[in-house]
Design a protein around this ligand. Structure first.
Ligand code: MRU
Length: 348
């Protein structure tokens, strides 16, 4: 059974505090918007689909926390809280996508009573959660069909049950392949600077009993040079209409190395991660993180005081490096500009 990364329970958001893993599986119960904002900014909850669900639950929390009768004040509070949450992390499109869905419901029910509006918002937030559960399973099954009976794989960042309402994205594909009896050996990039691969992917893969080996990010090319790797697979934080893909920093160098060694490079993501409003990856906003995450990541200084740091949290892999994008609607192959349109929600 995958872990339940975040749920709506008794008017509160219950989530795993991912910063405490793998040492401790601890849960947080959140009933204040600022506490949710802090949890998102500090990566207690993280990963694109989970950020979408957190945004939807955040809008619902904002609505539930309003106790007056004044509808104008209610809408003002909701707008203010949704703006605050939207700005917590700019790259993963799922956060803004889910908040847009919540706003559309708010607008549609504008003339109704406050209890009716709150009920409609609750229904929408829970549907966003349920849809993600279904898409994560469907995506995993489509991806599993690409996995050979025995496969050596490299993956980057954390992409399992911790990042979706159910199975995960890239790791979900591997979980499904393993459940179908396929033999896997997964090389796990540690994913500097915050070690989502070492701390979270290793934890999830080892819990499932999947054979896995932790490597430093800069070891991946050597692994591909020295042994047969069947494919690389990663998740995504935002995919442009032409297939350019933003994902955790280090993904682009893995893709370049994969191409050099003739290893297929797969991206696994739900359709909610595709931003059809932007043409190419150049338009994707890239979050920059604090210097301390690089110089003093886990409590110990590893660079001189005052060292200048550049720490983009994501990079963009050009679509030419990607062999397939695995979604809940099926496996999309190049040319992505044309083929992604076939799964665009408005065109289906
Ligand atoms: O900064 P993070 O940990 O939120 O970054 C997460 C990733 O880059 C994941 O690979 C991405 O969200 C895809 S998995 C859903």
């Amino acid at each position: 059974m995958p872990v339940s990364t975040l749920t709506w329970q008794n008017g509160k958001i219950k989530m795993i505090d991912q910063t405490r893993l793998p040492a401790e599986l601890a849960y947080l119960e959140i009933n204040q918007i600022e506490v949710l904002g802090e949890a998102i900014k500090s990566l207690r909850v993280r990963g694109a689909p989970a950020l979408g669900i957190a945004g939807a639950f955040g809008a619902l929390l904002s609505a539930q926390l309003f106790h007056g009768e004044d509808k104008t004040a209610f809408f003002a509070q909701l707008e203010r809280d949704m703006k605050y949450l939207r700005e917590t992390r700019p790259t993963a499109v799922n956060l803004g996508w889910a908040l847009n869905r919540m706003r559309e419901v708010m607008q549609k029910f504008h003339e109704q009573s406050l209890p009716e509006i709150k009920a409609a918002l609750q229904k929408e937030a829970l549907s966003i959660f349920e849809e993600d559960r279904h898409s994560s399973r469907a995506l995993a099954e489509h991806g599993a069909a690409l996995v050979p009976q025995s496969a050596t794989v490299i993956t980057h960042c954390n992409t399992g049950a911790l990042v979706t309402a159910d199975y995960g994205t890239a790791l979900g594909v591997l979980f499904a392949a393993y459940a179908h009896g396929k033999k896997l050996h997964v090389f796990v990039d540690e994913t500097r600077p915050l070690l989502q691969g070492a701390r979270l992917n290793m934890w999830e893969l080892m819990n499932e009993g999947i054979d896995c080996t932790l490597i430093c990010d800069n070891t991946a090319a050597f692994v591909m040079q020295r042994q047969h790797v069947d494919f690389c697979i990663v998740g995504a934080d935002r995919i442009a209409a032409n297939g350019d893909t933003a994902n955790k920093i280090g993904t682009y160098s893995l893709a370049v190395n994969a191409r050099q060694h003739g290893v297929p490079f797969y991206v696994a993501a739900p359709i909610s991660t595709i931003d059809f409003s932007i043409r190419t990856g150049k338009e994707i906003p890239i979050e920059e993180r604090s210097a301390e995450e690089v110089t003093n990541g886990f409590g110990r200084r590893t660079a001189p005081e005052g060292a200048r740091v550049y720490s983009p949290a994501f990079d963009v892999t050009p679509h030419e490096f990607i062999a397939a994008i695995i979604t809940e609607a099926g496996v999309i192959r190049p040319p992505f500009e044309k083929n992604l349109k076939t799964i665009q929600p408005e065109c289906r």
